[in-house]
Design a protein around this ligand. Structure first.
Ligand SMILES: Cc1cc2nc3c(=O)[nH]c(=O)nc-3n(C[C@H](O)[C@H](O)[C@H](O)COP(=O)(O)OP(=O)(O)OC[C@H]3O[C@@H](n4cnc5c(N)ncnc54)[C@H](O)[C@@H]3O)c2cc1C
Length: 372
């Protein structure tokens, strides 16, 4: 039911505007609000905080449908759900009550998850932003970069070093910070290849004071929160990748069934059929991996390895499918008259953020070797 609702919404409200939003780099405020009202922004959040309690499997299915229309809508949905989850699991009660219902209702257009810094992304434990104790709170200083929805987010979760002498990854604390807090400066929005209807900003923290109640979880245990939440986030991005890949290959398959060469439809040629078969086979396998990871998370079982496998395989399978889709359209595939070039630009992002493909392979191998 939730998948069908997301599909219906995507057909009516997202697909018709996706190319324009991409072209003009516009953030889809209006649609995100409507999606929140449908319960799509707090899908794994208890109803007492305004969530829809639909669960992780439903969330995965919904994100795949949204991504078939527009990857930017889908990434905003995935990251915003992740932020709602961080706050609802690790926030103090007053903080939960304040922010989570506003995320779920769409009062905040989005939430942001600010971990990456200009000098470090994959090696996230190497962050340099500092949080210095100051009377009844902390003062944050540092810069985050490439932050999805940085300028639109009503609330941001972020990470800073609170103990410079601790072992790597141990002295990091997670904080929540509201839009408009003095000292939180929104920097430039990147001019990106894809995901162009999603803002990706620099965030500068310049002597930015946050009260002690802003600490998520325990002091100096923030790095674990980032890792746990990224595991979940990877299910969202795997779901997104499946959606973009399926949209690309479906469009190209319909095209080759109509377009003729050498006196017959392109779809008669075996070389073209193999592209269709290989793409659908890999994407359906990818979706099964994604749904397995979602099911494990939903049923409180370990899912780190499965989430990384799912994101890795979905991202790379969808990228291959989008490349084939462009090929199947020939020269037209390379123009903006057809959506397949956008799908290809969008899909490349999914093998980079929330852990590159190389990082996913590291996680998978490490988890396998741990058990042997
Ligand atoms: C569209 C978009 C949205 C994003 N949104 C967010 C966000 O909301 N929040 C946030 O915190 N960040 C966000 N990011 C940042 C993203 O998470 C990082 O770009 C990513 O983690 C990679 O880090 P990096 O760019 O510093 O690359 P680097 O870490 O410098 O890596 C460069 C290359 O080296 C490879 N590499 C690094 N270490 C190893 C290794 N040990 N073995 C093999 N290869 C390795 C990488 O895989 C990559 O290919 C976003 C990025 C993009 C593109």
């Amino acid at each position: 039911m939730i998948r069908d609702m997301a599909r219906d919404f995507t057909e009516k409200h997202i697909k018709p505007v996706a190319a324009k939003l991409d072209e003009e780099k516009q953030f889809p405020y209006e649609n995100l609000k409507k999606m929140a009202q449908l319960g799509l922004m707090g899908m794994n959040i208890p109803s007492q905080y305004g969530g829809s309690e639909a669960g992780v499997v439903a969330q995965s299915l919904a994100i795949t449908e949204i991504a078939k229309g527009c990857a930017s809508h889908a990434v905003t949905t995935s990251v915003t759900n992740m932020v709602a989850e961080v706050i609802s699991i690790f926030g103090k009660e007053e903080i939960r009550k304040k922010h989570v219902p506003r995320i779920c209702s769409g009062e905040y257009p989005a939430g942001a998850f600010a971990l990456t810094e200009p000098h470090t992304g994959s090696d996230a434990a190497n962050i340099r932003m500092t949080a210095t104790r100051d009377q009844d709170g902390y003062v944050l200083n540092g810069t985050k970069t490439l932050i999805t929805s940085g300028e639109a987010a009503g609330v941001t979760v972020t990470w800073a070093v609170t103990d410079k002498n601790a072992k790597k990854g141990k002295g990091i604390t997670c904080f929540v910070i509201e839009k408009g807090t003095p000292g939180l400066i929104v920097g430039k929005a990147e001019d990106k290849m894809g995901h162009r209807a999603s803002f990706t900003n620099e965030l500068i923290f310049d002597n930015c004071f946050v009260p002690a109640s802003s600490v998520m979880g325990a002091v100096e245990e923030g790095f674990k929160i980032a890792m746990v939440e990224l595991d979940g986030g990877r299910i969202g991005i795997g779901s997104l990748a499946v959606g973009v890949g399926l949209a690309a290959i479906e469009f190209a398959t319909k095209y080759v069934m109509e377009r003729e060469a050498f006196g017959q439809p392109l779809s008669n040629f075996q070389a073209i059929q193999w592209m269709i078969a290989d793409s659908y086979t890999a994407l359906e396998a990818a979706q099964l991996l994604v749904l397995r990871a979602a099911h494990l998370k939903e049923t409180n079982q370990p899912f780190t390895k499965e989430a990384s496998m799912a994101k890795l395989y979905a991202g790379e399978s969808a990228r291959d499918a989008a490349v084939r889709a462009v090929q199947m359209l020939g020269g037209y595939g390379y123009t903006k008259d057809y959506p397949v070039e956008r799908y290809l630009r969008d899909i490349i992002g999914t093998t980079l953020y929330e852990g590159t493909s190389e990082v996913q392979r590291i996680v998978v191998a490490r988890e396998i070797m741990k058990r042997l």
